[in-house]
Design a protein around this ligand. Structure first.
Ligand code: NAI
Length: 790
């Protein structure tokens, strides 16, 4: 093409990035890799191939790890851990060196990433790799600060980390940097399609002075992931990938005591209001759904446009789509590269064709540009006119396919946006900041971007709700997920109620007719089972009866809690007032509660008085926190600010501690009320009456109906219906019965949050700070990115 022709057509010319340095590195390695274990590369064992999805060419042969390799990696990680955890300043220096080395090898890493993954070099060079470096820098700082800032926390130990192929090196950084900063060692498995940058990172670890065994990298497919998950020497699993595999991991780790964070799929709404800057919103959409060929967990893949501008917006969008350049990912001028592999291309093609068959009314626009020959290319696609329940509207496609519909009012936009089993991210476009900031809190999403999209930073927590998983990555919140309390949990030993006296009951203070009912929706309710259990004092007095709750009672209680959503939208100030009132009302009856506690036989008279006093104090502390536990603003190196807000988790079901029947109950109650969640509480099974008496205090303290529901009964019977209920967002167990396996397994269905079997390890009498972990568990971080500053 002559210069004159170029001027006439104004066509782009290709601007290929050289792959020479990356290919040379592969050649030097013999195009054959083993695993990185204990600071050494093991011999190549084969079993996997790495290919360039843009042209199918062979890049290298990799090794499928076997059980012996995993054992060796876990053993190396275990051996290195204590020493690594000992010195935060040293960890900071090493992480800093890693950041520097990532920058030093930035171009090679970007090219290698693009060669193996198919993403445009423009993205790997300008987004992925700079974010990788930023992650290591940020966590170098956290490593140094951790000891002072989180004195009560310690690292988990050895972390198993399993990552996907869509951001191979960035996901490694998201996992490795915080784990190392907190003092853990890791066994990381990259995705089978994209292991090369992780293996390059092994070299960087060595150069940066990461001690042998602190980072171990084993390659292979899902079977290797399964072995890591099942390995007894692993203390925590961190996973990013499909919801299906995340659910399997939840089931596999149930009852093992392994900590778990899951970052899973999404179908994130992209909402355009009629007053939006439409051109910016179109440009944002290019980043939302055509970034990385749409293979992004938080891709803005569901377009919701306000009716008045829908036609104009769709026209602009189609024109923009037609200008997208699809082609060789190493060409610096292209917008859309190759899908990761033939299987993913086939999966996306099949989903779209089957979806369109099922919904023949849909309208499809595909970019007209010819697809390059031979590679895994799929054209950017827009599908409108789908039924809201269509699989294409509901299921994660994970490709460059945008589905869209329209709405009339902000309320309808919110309803459509939240009509999803996922809850990862959401984008809002409007020039009216009042509107955008009104809508943002109503969106069920872990991350919300306002007038921007797909912004990420190491300081801004990232993670989802619902079937998008749990746990946050980034910021101090993400670091916390790589730690556990220093206090060791002791073995559970089951506490049982005082047994009935062998020879008849002693005189009973005339309280024989006192049967504690349940509290459901603000009313006292008889248990559905029609059964009650006597409660005895150690000296043989019948103290009263408690109902035996069953699954039906749990369902009623959850339904009542579901209707009390206004509590979760109330102000911290308002909630504090009610908690103060509750604390005062309990204080007024301290003597009576102390007598009751003593009679229940778990503590002596002094212990009972101390427990009641501590309970009053706990409620005052909860009141103090109610208008203060609200999050932070993260300074991010982009135009804007990320607000990491603490939102109530929703409906929390809690099996309360047996060994501290009043204080354990009040601690859970106080944290849930303070943070705006709603509660279904199961009192101590061994000594339920103290909590049941509290019902009257709750009833006289202006707690709105349905916010607190109390069902007494056998913990073993009530845990399963709670954990299996789809309208319960979290289940906690402090029971002295070991219920963790059942709860965690049942929670896999909807991936609800669980916090189990810490009961015997918690110091219920801990001073005010003891409430903090409860406040954290009762909330989830929502990160809202807002435009701010220049
Ligand atoms: P995947 O979830 O199977 O793979 C992610 C990682 O998990 C890989 O390292 C894989 O080897 C490993 N893995 C697979 N099975 C495992 C098991 N049973 N135990 C432990 N680890 C296991 O995702 P895949 O098959 O590559 O992609 C399938 C679909 O999943 C995509 O089309 C997309 O919809 C979704 N996906 C979502 C991602 C996200 O970030 N939300 C990332 C990757 C895939």
């Amino acid at each position: 093409m002559t210069v004159q022709e170029i001027f006439e057509t104004m066509d782009y010319g290709p601007a290929p990035e050289s792959a020479a340095a990356a290919q040379e590195w592969l050649e030097r390695s013999g195009r054959a890799f083993g695993h990185f274990i204990g600071g050494q590369m093991t011999a190549h064992a084969g079993g996997l191939d790495s290919r360039n999805p843009a042209d199918g060419s062979h890049l290298a042969s990799l090794s499928q790890a076997d059980a012996a390799a995993i054992d060796a990696a876990v053993a190396a990680a275990r051996k290195a851990q204590a020493d690594w955890a000992a010195d935060g300043a040293r960890r900071g220096r090493v992480l800093y060196a890693m950041a520097r080395l990532v920058q030093k090898h930035a171009r090679l890493l970007a090219v290698l990433e693009t060669l193996e993954n198919g993403k445009p070099i423009r993205e790997s060079r300008d987004i992925d790799i700079p974010l990788v470096a930023r992650h290591f820098y940020y966590h170098a700082g956290l490593a140094r600060l951790m000891e002072d800032e989180m004195p009560a926390q310690r690292p988990h130990g050895v972390c198993g980390q399993i990552i996907p192929w869509n951001f191979p090196l960035l996901m490694l950084a998201w996992k490795v940097a915080p784990a190392l900063a907190a003092g853990n060692t890791v066994v990381l498995k990259p995705a089978e399609d994209t292991s090369l940058t992780a293996l390059f990172m092994a070299e960087i670890c060595t150069q940066a002075g990461v001690p042998p065994g602190v980072v171990n990298i084993v390659t292979g497919d899902g079977r290797v992931g399964e072995m890591i998950v099942a390995h007894e020497g692993i203390d925590k699993i961190a996973f990013t990938g499909s919801t299906e595999v995340g659910r399997r991991i939840r089931e596999a780790t149930a009852g093992t005591g392994k900590a778990l964070t899951l970052e899973l799929g999404g179908k994130s709404p992209y909402i355009v209001f009629d007053d939006a800057d439409l051109d910016s919103a179109v440009e944002g959409l290019v980043d939302a759904i055509w970034f990385n060929q749409g293979q992004v967990c938080c891709a803005g893949s569901r377009l919701l446009v306000q009716e008045g501008v829908a036609e104009r917006f769709h026209d602009k969008l189609r024109r923009r789509m037609d200008g997208l350049r699809l082609g060789d990912p190493l060409d610096k001028c292209i917008d859309v590269g190759a899908m990761v592999d033939p299987a993913q291309l086939e999966r996306v093609s099949r989903m779209v064709s089957e979806g369109l068959e099922a919904d023949p009314g849909a309208e499809v626009h595909r970019t007209g540009a010819a697809l390059p020959d031979g590679g895994c290319f799929y054209p950017p696609t827009l599908i409108t006119g789908l039924h809201p329940a269509s699989p294409l509207m509901q299921d994660e496609i994970f490709g460059p396919v945008l589905v869209g519909t329209t709405f009339r009012t902000p309320a309808e936009a919110v309803a459509l946006a939240n009509n999803s089993r996922y809850g990862l991210a959401a984008t809002v476009w409007s020039e009216n900041l009042n509107l955008a900031l009104d809508v943002a809190p109503k969106l069920a999403a872990g991350v919300v971007w306002i007038n921007a999209t797909n912004l990420f930073d190491a300081a801004a927590p990232f993670g989802g709700l619902r079937e998008s998983g749990f746990g946050r990555e980034g910021g101090p919140e993400g670091l916390a997920a790589y730690t556990r309390p220093r206090a060791e949990a002791t073995e559970l030993s089951r506490l049982r109620p005082v047994e009935a006296p062998a020879k008849g009951a002693a005189p009973s203070d005339g309280l024989l007719d006192r049967t504690a009912k349940n509290l459901v929706g603000g009313k006292q309710a008889r248990p559905d089972s029609g059964y009650s259990t006597p409660v005895w004092s150690p000296d043989g007095r019948l103290l009263g009866h408690v109902g035996q709750g069953n699954a039906k009672d749990i369902r009623n209680a959850v339904e009542a809690a579901g209707t009390a959503g206004a509590w979760s939208r109330s102000t911290g100030h308002g909630r504090a007032q009610i908690l103060y009132y509750l604390a005062e009302n309990l204080a007024a009856r301290e003597a009576e509660f102390a007598t009751r506690l003593r009679d229940l036989g778990q503590v002596d008279a002094d212990g009972a008085a101390a427990e009641v006093a501590a309970s009053v104090d706990r409620l005052f502390t909860a009141a103090a926190w109610a208008d203060k536990f609200d999050g932070r603003a993260a300074g991010v190196p982009l135009r804007g600010m990320a607000l990491a807000l603490r939102e109530p988790v929703g409906v929390i079901g809690a099996l309360c501690a047996d060994e501290a029947p009043l204080l354990g109950f009040v601690t859970v109650l106080g944290a849930i009320l303070a943070t705006g969640s709603r509660a279904v509480l199961i009192p101590s099974e061994a000594a339920p009456l103290a909590a049941m008496d509290l019902m009257q205090v709750i009833e006289t303290s202006d707690v709105p109906a349905g916010v607190v529901n109390i069902i007494a009964g056998r913990h073993e019977d009530l845990a399963a219906p709670l954990a299996g209920h789809m309208d319960v967002q979290a289940v906690w167990s402090f029971s002295s019965s070991d219920l963790s396996e059942g709860i965690e397994r049942a929670s896999a269905a909807d991936l609800k949050r669980t916090w189990v079997n810490h009961g015997r390890g918690l110091d219920w009498h801990a001073p005010a700070g003891g409430l903090k972990p409860f406040l954290e568990q009762a909330t989830e971080v929502k990160t809202v990115w807002v435009p701010y500053g220049e």
